[in-house]
Design a protein around this ligand. Sequence first.
Ligand SMILES: Cc1ncc(COP(=O)(O)O)c(C=O)c1O
Length: 329
Amino acid sequence: MIKLPESIDLANLPTKIEKLDRLSKYLNGPEIYIKRDDQTGSEFSGNKVRKLEFAVQEALNEGCDYLITCGGIQSNHARATAAVAAKLGIGSYLVLRTNKEEMIDGNYFLDGVLGAKIRFITAEEYRERRMEIMKEVKEELDKKGHKAYIIPEGSSNGIGAFGYFKAMEEIFEQEKEMGIKFDAIVLAVGSGGTYAGLFYANKYYKNNAKVYGINVCDDEKYFKNAINNILYESFQYTKESIEFFKDEINIIDGYVGKGYALSRPEEITFIHELAKLEGVILDPVYTGKAMYGLVEEIKKGNFKEHNNILFIHTGGLFGLFPQKGMFKF
Ligand SMILES: Cc1ncc(COP(=O)(O)O)c(C=O)c1O
């Protein structure tokens, strides 16, 4: 039996799995289910808190009293980190990417409400030297007598990925309870940690579902490498590696659209239609693009080999508010 690193309980688990009856009927193909990881909490909501359960436990074990992380201005991960820090009575410092004066809205607004300290950096600085900048922040905090712990973008590293290893075990339990076998698991990929954890557990337990990631930035090659690297970091914790080929990491490329966090009208229309059809609200940056991609792929006949698809709703609702101008009622 694999021994996962220690973790702290933060998320509301297990999250529900619901069937999207009307969407499945409309597509007239495989049955589509959705796992409501957008309901892991309200302040915590989304996939990041599962990863933080492992990363933050490691920080606490090291005696840290500050969490430093980074992301885009509307980062769900940064907001979840600020929420977790406040919940635990420790500090949070967010290094956020922006090139302009930002409206106080969505996740960024909540970061402030949750008491996070914020440093803005440009897109170029973010690309070139975000880790260096976080290390500088750590030095400043450490000089003031704190002990700070750096969480990389999206908490997508060896330790964070265990959040989704555990989520896969949760899915296996739910399959038993529901009497259903999911033969495809589909999710948005932004930094790769969620995918890595699901893939690891899927292989480790010799489950034969296919795990598909739909990338919302970069490309297939980038994520095959990134996920491969995260997996090797995770193996160092468990000392239990799995054998796999990089080509088994299924990335469906082609739905980045205008670019990271930029929406096309058809994606917004899709989010709106699905909300009216199923009462499920997706976000514009991750889940909206991924579910849009899944539906397009089903329409093209590319999911014919599957009977029961599980889409992971990884959250992101707060990121919808800054995009309100794109919706027409
Ligand atoms: C709402 C939401 N969904 C999906 C993802 C992608 O997860 P990952 O970064 O683990 O690939 C993120 C973060 O990047 C997110 O905030």
